[in-house]
Design a protein. Structure first.
Length: 145
C-alpha cells in the first residue's frame, strides 16, 4: 500500500525537475522581500522619525514601534532558516495581513498602500515555492503523470 506520506517523501527525495537557475531565482525573489522587511524592521528598532510619524498617522501610539520591529525581525529570521522557512512565511503572512487591515482601516489607497503588504507576501511565498521542494510537493502546480 502506497500512502500519501510515502508519496510526499518520494516527491521530495526524487524532485530533480528544478534547475539551479530556478533555485537562484527563488533566492533572489525571497531576498528582495527579506531586504524590504529587514529595512522596515531596522527602522522600527532604531525608532527613526519617519517611522514614528508613519505609525502616528496610522493611528497607533509610537510606543508600539519597537515591539513591532522585534516581532518583524524575529519572523524574518525564522523565514531565513531553511528548516523553518515555511513557518516564517506563515508568521510573516499574518504580520503583513495586519498591515493590510491597518491601511484599509485608515482608508489608504488600495493598490499603492493597502495591497502592498500582499505583494510582499506574494514575493515571500513565490520565492519559497521556487526554493523548497517540500512546498512544491505540497502545492503541486501540475498534475503528476
Amino acid at each position: 500500500m502506497h500512502t500519501v506520506t510515502q508519496e510526499f517523501r518520494d516527491t521530495i527525495t526524487t524532485d530533480q525537475s528544478h534547475s539551479p537557475g530556478v533555485l537562484w531565482t527563488g533566492r533572489i525573489i525571497s531576498g528582495v522581500a527579506v531586504a524590504f522587511l529587514t529595512l522596515d524592521a531596522i527602522g522600527k528598532l532604531l525608532r527613526v522619525q519617519p517611522v514614528l510619524d508613519g505609525t502616528r498617522q496610522l493611528g497607533y501610539p509610537v510606543e508600539v514601534v519597537f515591539g513591532l520591529g522585534v516581532t518583524l525581525m524575529s519572523c524574518v529570521l525564522v523565514y531565513l532558516v531553511p528548516r523553518t522557512a515555511m513557518l516564517g512565511a506563515v508568521l510573516l503572512t499574518g504580520y503583513l495581513g495586519g498591515a493590510v487591515a491597518t491601511h484599509v482601516r485608515v482608508s489608504n489607497p488600495i493598490f499603492t498602500h493597502a495591497l502592498f503588504p500582499t505583494y510582499v507576501a506574494a514575493l515571500l511565498w513565490g520565492g519559497l515555492m521556487l526554493r523548497d521542494a517540500r512546498l512544491r510537493a505540497f502545492v503541486p502546480w501540475r498534475r503528476q503523470s
